[in-house]
Design a protein around this ligand. Structure first.
Ligand code: ZN
Length: 273
């Protein structure tokens, strides 16, 4: 990615960040910010092996979905990545579906790399990380960082241990050798224990399994069920969340016997994009 493009992304991420709720250093609740910013947010535990998120345009709305079956820190990163697509790429009027490859930076697609860079800048901007290390980690510059320090960074910036390590290395706060040592220390001590020992947010390391489906989207769910994109079980759970049963919406269901298919691509197909 060209430096000029990176600069443009940093400016965009910073603009969005200024509209978010920031704690002493890190964002406090990006999900709430997302709604405040008028994006239509959906969260659903689709399963660990399903896609991680998507961003689509639906009429005048931008709909963002995140899979809440993964660790919360990872879901937050997915959301930041999707916001990157929403801010940088929705002018193209296209949709983005993200999986492990696109979110972890293994895809060489330019827009995916841009969305990842946006997410990193949004969650851990250079100036705030620098300030955190200066104020909160005594001797960070001379003695380097311990895995407990990284756990503190995790907790403050609401990111995963890996994300914190990658970002610290990319911003040159640690070198590759230190990164490797910290990664080994993490494996030995386990992230959950590290978080506990620094009084950090243990929720980051476990799946949120949140279900958040705005009322208006129940129509999408019904549409997708009617087109065999989601199984009946998902329909029932989604309805339950909106305090409805299948009987309540029975007149909207089309009888069909085609094999069930819970492919997320089909779900997207139902969004009329
Ligand atoms: Zn993406």
């Amino acid at each position: 990615m060209h430096e000029s493009k990176k600069r443009e992304i940093r400016i965009n991420a910073d603009t969005l960040r200024s509209k978010c709720t920031v704690g002493k250093y890190g964002l406090t609740d990006l999900f709430k910010d997302c709604e405040k910013l008028q994006y239509k947010l959906l969260r659903y535990p689709l399963g660990e092996n399903a896609n991680l998120g998507f961003t689509v345009r639906k009429d005048n709305d931008i709909v963002i979905f995140t899979n809440s079956s993964v660790r919360l820190s990872r879901e937050i990163f997915t959301l930041a990545h999707e916001l990157g697509h929403a801010v940088l790429h929705m002018g193209y009027n296209s949709s983005f579906i993200d999986n492990v490859a696109t979110i972890s930076g293994k895809s060489d697609d330019e827009k995916e790399q841009e969305a990842n860079y946006f997410a990193a800048c949004l969650l851990m901007p250079y100036s705030d990380v620098d300030r955190f290390l200066d104020y909160e980690v005594n001797g960070a510059r001379d003695k380097g960082l311990s895995a407990m320090d990284v756990a503190r960074i995790m907790s403050e910036f609401n990111v995963s241990f890996d994300m914190a390590l990658n970002r610290l290395a990319n911003l040159c706060f640690i070198n590759q050798n230190q990164k490797l040592n910290l990664s080994t220390e993490r494996t030995e001590k386990k992230v959950g224990n590290l978080l506990q020992s620094v009084g950090g947010n243990a929720r980051l390391n476990i799946p949120g399994n949140e279900i958040k489906i705005p009322h208006e989207y129940i129509d999408y769910v019904i549409y997708n069920y009617n087109h065999n994109a989601i199984p009946r079980e998902t329909l029932e759970i989604a309805l339950e969340y909106c305090h409805l049963t299948v009987e309540d919406i029975n007149d909207k269901l089309i009888d069909n016997n085609v094999e069930e298919n819970d492919d997320l691509d089909e779900l997207i197909g139902g969004l009329d994009i």
